[in-house]
Design a protein around this ligand. Structure first.
Ligand code: 13P
Length: 288
């Protein structure tokens, strides 16, 4: 059964480790992440962007696929199905479809509007027993070839949003989605410490988990990060393994053209990447 991410992240924050959110795109990715979580006895969050939801034909398909897998794979670790960077409308659709957790990304709105919309969603998800992530301070990334540093959130605004009754908070601390540029200045631990001070027990979320040096990940966890999102790294590892299989001509041998065989190296690569991250985040063996 899908669970809200609230309890697993409160436990992670108290236990000084982080739960990974790994984004899914299709059946193979979902199965790979669930396989890794079960083998590691680790809680896990499956992230679904609005684009990935659309690709998989819609949120109802995603819920059906994930719920079916939990049962038929005999998954016993806590699993949350979470909308990643949702719009207000996207959040409502996922509530309707049966997700167990949503993120409302109101970071591009003026703070008053972010507060207003987040507040409305708090009331909706509470009634359903779902968890809600909100965001303050936009998380950078590549746009038209220009890589933004990622805005640092204002700790006072973080407190305003945290006090609305959300379950966990994504705050920009110089992190960006995708690959980090050579001249990236690193995470702003000063900002993170100030946010943690103002928001107390609120589990904090680190987006853009791909390519952040291990020591920075560990320090971020020490300073209150309890959820770390990883997407690009799974994409890179999946693409590299699939490419290697094809370049070696394996798809031309025997039944290599069979989609199940063709996608197997990529599947194995995701299982390995997710396990590595769970080890780094300290979530192995933390499922109860
Ligand atoms: P990366 O793609 O950089 O790993 O970031 C993932 C993420 O933050 C999804 O919300």
């Amino acid at each position: 059964m899908l669970v809200s991410a609230k309890e697993m992240l409160q436990k992670a924050k108290a236990g000084h480790y982080a739960v990974g959110q790994f984004n899914i795109n299709n059946l193979e990715w979902t199965k790979a992440i669930l396989t890794a979580a079960q083998e590691c006895n680790s809680p896990v969050i499956l992230g679904v962007s609005e684009g990935a939801g659309k690709y998989m034909t819609g949120y109802k398909t995603v819920v059906g696929m994930v719920e079916g897998m939990l049962e038929e794979m005999g998954i016993t670790v806590p699993v949350a199905l979470h909308l990643d960077h949702g719009s207000y409308e996207g959040c409502l659709k996922c509530v309707e479809a049966g997700f167990s957790s949503i993120m409302f990304d109101g970071s591009h709105y003026p703070i008053e509007e972010n507060v207003e919309k987040t507040k409305e969603l708090v009331a909706i998800v509470k009634e359903k027993g779902m968890s809600l992530e909100a965001e303050v301070g936009s998380i950078g990334g590549e746009e038209d070839g220009v890589v933004g540093r990622g805005e640092c959130a204002d700790p006072e605004e973080c407190k305003m949003i945290a006090d609305l009754g959300i379950d966990f908070l994504a705050a920009g601390i110089g992190n960006i989605h995708g690959k980090y540029p050579e001249n990236w200045e690193g995470l702003s631990f000063e900002t993170l410490a100030a946010i943690q001070k103002r928001t107390g027990d609120m589990p904090l979320v680190l987006h853009g988990g791909t390519g952040i040096p291990e020591d920075m990940i560990k320090k971020a966890i020490d300073l209150g990060v309890a959820k770390i999102n990883v997407n690009t790294e799974c994409q890179l590892t999946f693409a590299a393994a699939t490419r290697k299989y094809i370049e070696e001509g394996k798809d031309l041998e025997g039944k290599g053209f069979d989609p199940r065989k063709l996608l197997k190296p990529g599947f194995d690569a995701i299982v390995a990447t997710v396990k590595e991250k769970m080890e780094l985040f300290g979530s192995i063996g933390k499922a109860e």
